[in-house]
Design a protein around this ligand. Structure first.
Ligand code: 0A1
Ligand code: ZN
Length: 849
């Protein structure tokens, strides 16, 4: 609960641990409200960093404690305990009592639907027992679990099992945040994987009874990930067992605990009739992500939580590479860019902006952000571009060789690249310390056959940071002949290191057409206002698939802005080009679906704000509807046939090719329903034999307010499936008309099956409402009050969940004075609550500033 003076922790204050741990022995006697945890820990003073002995501990009842067998009486501190200890190795033993059943924060040991599970990252282990809960203290763990439940799991290898107990030993030293325990009435679906060096690994996905048929995809994704990491990074798995467990109540997607990954059920369970194509892709990526952490995160971990991007940026980059290899690389790049721009650029432009490696925090859980994860991954991508593929993989080999078993830093990471290329990357390091999205303004001149590209780089001020130094930006570009449309020469990689760079090309007959930041290789905002006329040319001639999509995206965005600000919207050539692209059978259907997509309403609001305007959410909503209708009308003649052509027949497959066809078909269905009043959508809904088509049809119907019958049918069919019902909840708040959105959300939260202690359910309703921009930002402020009420309620039980959802307010300064006042009132109301968590206090204070 709220600290009177919440302590701020600074990277610059880092000191090594005063005591190191060699071995940890834990015994759990499980009970819903009085679980006993006995610990036996071998400590020794750190010769390099003498200091006082202190252990972290929260929400623990200390029953007994001893040192070398002698009872001791420690002094309790704000975050644990301290006492004087021998200046030589000693054994600490303690017994504590904890209550998993009442733990709704979902940190530490908790009960979810009758199943015990743990979440220890970042600082949950201190809710299990007294311990130096920091990632640079690494030890081997031996765990005994006593319980009547049939399945008792922990990290590492199983060393013994009997009636009512099991014992585990993890031979790999690890920080406490990677500890895990699971106990429940579970079933497993299993398989084996033989590593390159011949080790046979037992793989299992553990679920509650009734979910066994939904495990195959995750298991298969795991095997693909294991093979991929051997092939691409030369990394093998290092234990005899790899377990994945599906948990209903989980704050995040999943967790990479050593040998025992714990997953949000939504990130592991898949079947064609209950999961969409997007779910399948997400599950494949998350399974891979957690598996890849075994090397980037577990074998090499982080020295402290400021280095979080060391494991997260790199692991996201690796899972992005994996998905590109499993599916379509161009489509994946576009999907990642969409996410980065709409979420990370927004974060970087607002009050929550922070560097990829933050310099201070109050609550580390507030820094599991798109900046640390997604921008962190972009930095790895840029590094790879800068040094080249060959040097990248050599640097990675060096990283694994040099730092295996270490708790490392970003400096260590950059150093392996410097040593590999024998160069200086100190300017590149600025990407880790400077927040804010760099903006690159492009102008050009052409005279006497000489073409000049003038690139000016600025980085905006962000909270606590002004006057930034230019970044080292790898900018891929190419030139095109304006008359033939052909690319002139190869793509070139320019190394931008100055605030202003001029790229000169001589001996040209005509002024060329520019293609910049190809592949979106640098996470920057390119101000190409002066090049706006190139976009139709790019749609026809671009050789870079990202930039071709980008041209369509940029035209669509400007069209929406134009409509939302009372102008006429796009003109014929735009619609003609779009029509041509959608029908172009040489293009992957998934890519065509992306071309037809619109930026979100929130993206448009941000764009209007950045251009100096004040976004009106309702006008933006109407613009998106109007443009959809106009696109539908322009494509009228081809829609039914193309929709029919994209139908997939036969057995459902979640692989890229069928997924792409369904993506395009469902995009077309959304347009069709604007013309036929929902006839095609209703037919698709009635006949759907997979969730992708069923939910797409439901969305199409709801979007034109013809969804009530389908909604009732959907509920009748799926009321017993929690994960599917989340889709039903979010579909309603997400598609409700602006004036009905808050009322819809309120009605849903009054239902008996709205269990808000389940993070997935809470996010389904609230996330849907927030994504429904015009509904959330309703002029009377009802959306703001509604969210604030819920944040206060949720915060009392699950601070992490409330804190993450509160980021919906981060954009408040974009809006008109009335809306700003309404939001400020809610922010102040939240801050005034006297028992607010540290998590929510930090978030709302930062947003309010
Ligand atoms: N390390 C996990 C994500 C994760 C982070 C924090 C958690 O609880 C506060 C839970 C999971 C990952 O990157 O997948
Ligand atoms: Zn991760």
């Amino acid at each position: 609960m709220k600290d009177s003076t919440p302590q701020r922790i600074h990277l610059s204050d880092y000191t090594p641990p005063a005591y190191l741990v060699d071995e940890v022995h834990l015994t759990f006697v499980l009970d819903p409200t009085s679980t006993r945890v006995k610990s036996r820990i071998a400590f020794r003073p750190n010769p390099d960093a003498p200091g006082t002995f202190a252990l972290h501990g929260e929400h623990l009842d200390l029953i007994s404690a001893s040192i070398d067998g002698e009872p001791v009486d420690p002094a309790f501190t704000e975050d644990g305990l301290t006492l004087s200890v021998p200046e030589a190795p000693f054994i600490w033993e303690a017994e504590v009592e904890i209550s998993p059943e009442t733990n709704k924060a979902l940190e530490g040991l908790y009960l979810s639907n009758g199943m015990y599970c743990t979440q220890c990252e970042a600082q949950g282990f201190r809710r299990i027992t007294y311990y130096p809960d920091r990632p640079d203290v690494m030890a081997t763990f031996t765990v005994r679990i006593e319980s009547d439940l049939p399945v008792l799991l922990s990290n590492g290898n199983l060393t013994g099992r009997g009636d009512g107990w099991s014992e585990w030993h993890d031979p790999w030293p690890k920080p406490a945040y990677l500890f895990a325990l699971v106990a429940g009435d579970l079933l497993d679906v299993h398989d084996t994987f033989t590593t390159a060096s011949g080790r046979e690994v037992q793989l299992a996905v553990w679920v509650r009874k009734g979910d066994e048929h939904k495990c195959g995809w995750a298991l298969n994704s795991l095997k693909k990930s294991m093979a991929w990491d051997e092939e691409v990074y030369g990394r093998e798995y290092d234990l005899d067992i790899f377990n994945i467990v599906a948990v209903d109540d989980f704050n995040m997607g999943a967790m990479e605990n050593k040998g025992l990954n714990i997953f949000n059920a939504s990130a592991v369970l898949a079947s064609p009739d209950t999961s969409t194509d997007a779910d399948f892709e997400r599950i494949e990526a998350i399974v891979a992500h957690e598996y890849f952490h075994n090397w980037t995160g577990n074998r090499i971990t982080c020295r402290d939580w400021f280095q979080l991007c060391l494991k997260e940026g790199l692991t996201v980059f690796r899972d992005q590479q994996f998905t590109s290899d499993m599916r379509s690389a161009p489509v994946k790049r576009i999907e990642d860019a969409i996410l980065l721009r709409s979420r990370q650029f927004r974060e970087d432009a607002g009050p929550l902006a922070h560097p990829v490696r933050p310099e201070s925090f109050v609550e580390i859980n507030n820094f599991y952000t798109v900046t640390v994860y997604e921008k962190g991954a972009e930095l790895i991508g840029m590094l790879k571009r800068l040094v080249g593929d060959d040097a990248y993989y050599r640097a990675l080999d060096l990283y694994f060789d040099r730092h295996d078993g270490d708790a490392a830093t970003i400096e260590d990471w950059i150093k392996v690249f410097e040593d590999t290329i024998d160069g200086d990357l100190s300017q590149f390091m600025l990407w880790y310390s400077q927040a804010g999205t760099p903006r690159l303004t492009v102008t050009e001149t052409f005279e006497d056959g000489t073409h000049e590209i003038i690139l000016e780089q600025t980085i905006p001020n962000t909270p606590g940071q002004t006057n930034k130094h230019p970044h080292h930006i790898p900018l891929a570009f190419a030139l095109f002949d304006p008359t033939t449309g052909a690319q002139l020469g190869e793509e070139v990689l320019a190394d931008l290191t100055e605030a202003r760079t001029v790229l000169r090309h001589e001996g040209l007959e005509r002024k060329p057409v520019l293609s910049l930041n190809r592949g979106f290789a640098a996470p920057i905002i390119l101000d190409t206002t002066s090049l706006a006329d190139n976009r139709l040319f790019a749609l026809a001639n671009e050789t870079d698939s990202f930039n071709r999509w980008e041209a369509a995206r940029s035209l669509t965005r400007d069209g929406l802005i134009s409509l939302a600000t009372g102008e006429g919207g796009p003109d014929d050539p735009y619609f003609d080009a779009l029509a041509g692209l959608v029908q172009d059978d040489t293009l992957d259907p998934a890519y065509r679906a992306l071309i037809l997509g619109q930026p979100s309403q929130d993206d448009i609001a941000q764009a209007i704000f950045e251009a100096g305007g004040t976004p009106d959410p309702l006008l933006i909503y109407r613009a998106t509807e109007a443009l959809r209708l106009r696109v539908a009308q322009r494509l009228q003649d081809i829609l039914p046939a193309l929709y029919a052509k994209m139908q997939v027949h036969g057995v459902y497959s979640p692989e890229a090719s069928d997924t792409g066809k369904r993506a395009l078909a469902n995009r077309l269905l959304g347009l069709l329903s604007r013309l036929d009043g929902g006839t095609a959508a209703q037919i698709q809904f009635d006949r759907a034999d997979n969730m992708t088509n069923q939910i797409a049809a439901l969305h199409a119907l709801l979007s034109i307010d013809r969804g009530q019958t389908a909604l009732a049918a959907f509920e009748a069919q799926w009321r017993d499936d929690r994960l599917v019902m989340n889709k039903w909840f979010s579909a309603q708040t997400g598609t409700a008309a602006p004036e009905a959105a808050v009322a819809t959300a309120r009605t849903l939260t009054e239902r008996e099956d709205f269990d808000w202690t389940n993070p997935n359910r809470f996010r389904a309703v609230m996330g849907g409402l927030i994504a429904n921009s015009a509904g959330f930002h309703a002029e009377d402020g009802a959306g703001y009050t509604f969210l604030a009420d819920w944040l206060l309620k949720v915060d009392a039980k699950n601070p992490q969940l409330a804190a993450r959802m509160s980021a919906a307010f981060e954009t408040w300064k974009r809006y008109d004075a009335d809306r700003q006042d309404l939001i400020k009132t809610q922010l102040d109301r939240i801050l005034a609550k006297d028992s607010l968590s540290r998590d929510l206090t930090e978030m709302i204070s930062r947003i309010r500033n």
